[in-house]
Every structure is written in C-alpha cells, then in structure tokens.
Design a protein around this ligand. Sequence first.
Ligand code: UT7
Length: 323
Amino acid sequence: MKILGSGHYVPHTKVTNDDLAKIVDTNDEWISSRTGIRSRHISDGEEASDLAANAAMEAIKDSGLNATDIDMILLATLTPDRMLPNCACTVQKKIGAVNATCFDINAACSGFLFALNTANAYLTAGMYKNILVIGTETLSKVTDWSDRSTCVLFGDGAGAVVVTADDSKSFYAVTGADGVKGPVLAGASTPLRNMLIKGNDDENLADSYFMKMDGQEVFKFAVTKVPECIGQVLEKADVAVEDIDLFVLHQANIRIISSVSKRLGVDPEKFPVNLHKYGNTSAASIPILFDELRKSGALDNAHKIVLSGFGGGLTWGASYIEL
Ligand code: UT7
C-alpha cells in the first residue's frame, strides 16, 4: 500500500488553557505540565462530516486524483453527525466521490489505524484501487464541559489520506482490543428507548452521553500496550527499531509519548508532537500529525514509519508503513 496524498482540517476557533480556566477550576500550569496541551480547536457549528470533507478534499488534491477516482471511503469516528446515514456517505456527498463505497469504523482513538488496515486488506484483495481513509472527530459534543478531568484534554479536527495498491511498499499491522476494560473510557451512549422500556429519563440520558474516563487506568494501559504492539509489528516486518525514521503516535499526552520513547530506547526526536496545538483529537490525531509532517517536509527523507495508537474499547494498534 502506498500513500498518495494527505490533508487535514481543524475548526477555526482556538480555545486556550486560560480560556478553559474561566469555565472550570483548572489552570495552564496543570494542563500543560500533566498533558503537554496548550490549546485545542473546537467546532462552533461544523459537523464531523464538514471537518472530514475539508481534510478529504485536500488529501485528494495532494494525491493528484479526482474525487471520482476514489472507489472507497473508510471513515473512522466516534462522533459521527448522526447514526444514519453514516458519516462516510455524508462526506461522499459533500466531496462528490460518486463512485465510492462508503462506511464508518469506530475504534475510538485507534480508529484511523483500524481503517488503514481495512483499506490495506481491500487493496490486497484487489477489490478497490484508490481508497480515502479519514479520521474525524467533534469530541466537543460528547465532552462534559463542567468536568475538568476530561474537558481540558480533547479537541475537534480531521485528517485524511488517499492510498492505493503498490507491491513495492510493505505494510504490516498489529491490532488488539479488550472489551472487558471498556468502562475505563466510555460515553456517547444511545440507550435503548422504546415503548417497552420505562425510566430512561433525559437526565440519565445526558449522564451516560458524556465521555467519562479513569485517566490513570488509561495512562497505565497506554504506556505498556503501545511499546508492546510497536515491538510486535516490527518483529512482523523484520525491521529493527533503530531503522525506523519516525514514530507517529496518537496525540493524547506528552508524558505517554515520552514514556514510549524511553521504553523503546529511541531518541525522543523521532516522536513528533502536535498535541500542544490540538489536544487529543481521537481518530483524527494520527492523520493530522502525518499530514503536518508531510507538508512541512519532515517526511522527505523518511522511508520507514511506525504509526501507533490506543483508545476506548479498549483498542490499540501499530502499523509499519513505507513511504
Ligand atoms: O485517547 C485516549 C484518551 N485518554 C488518555 O490518554 C488519558 C490518559 N491519562 C492521562 O493523560 C492522565 O491520567 C490525565 C492527564 C487524564 C490526568 O493526569 P494525572 O497525573 O493522572 O492526574 P490525576 O487524575 O491523578 O489527578 C491529580 C489531581 C487530582 O487532585 P487531587 O485528588 O490530587 O487533589 C485531580 O482532581 O489533579 C486534579 N485535576 C485537575 N487539577 C487542575 C484533575 N484534572 C484537573 C485539571 N486542572 N484539569
């Protein structure tokens, strides 16, 4: 699989740590020292499909293809505009990719990696030729803006890549999930409501709708699982860790990224970061960072890349790609 083009888009409204200190009991020092985050972009009206369509159009332009050349759209999100139609179909309509088969994938913050694996499987099977893979989130709508332990962490945004089949570029992936630990990071519930079920009042509904997280459990899980699955994917690819040019990790917390670099014994310089600008954008974080690196020239001399992420589910994954 070869990446032909990439793009990203974030909503124009930037919310700083100081802005958040006006609505919850927090401060810039706590947020930046515990997470590395300094600001995030929050949608003031654009839906996940709008963010995705902007990122997608940029990726298609960058790839040199036309929207009509795209024969599949795989869209990773945990915050679609609605359940029906799926967000990928809404993006298809917005960008005019009339020849594409479209569906959504939800693996929370690991979603983009899972979607990329799915694209690779379809390309390897020869079913499709040019696949648009998108990660998009409007996490702001499932964020409890009165909960300081979560509202300072997340942001909205979208990233996209266009991929095509290419035998000369290796691709290996490792993924996993542990549903038993699901409750440590959960939300956006749409409880069963029908004429047989009593007691689903709106208050309970609102409570289960917002994201809730046991931050320390997620932290412990991330700092063990991420290096573990990176080790596994490198073994599969038969590539030494020192031969990797860059590690493009899910942008959740600078302390998690530093810990992964230490555990792997790799120079932190090989772990680019943009979470200070965008916070944690879940499924969008890896493709946003990838696109920024590509556009800045940071990938010009990079050939072997590892992508890795973790998130709700719990889910995790690492992919080895060649540029
Ligand atoms: O994509 C996956 C998404 N999730 C993650 O990656 C999250 C992984 N976990 C983390 O990043 C960290 O656990 C957090 C950043 C969420 C929290 O950092 P921590 O060092 O684990 O802090 P803590 O939860 O242990 O809280 C320490 C203190 C508590 O006060 P007390 O009990 O010591 O008095 C919290 O109430 O910090 C307090 N606190 C805050 N203070 C100021 C929690 N949130 C805030 C806040 N501002 N925003």
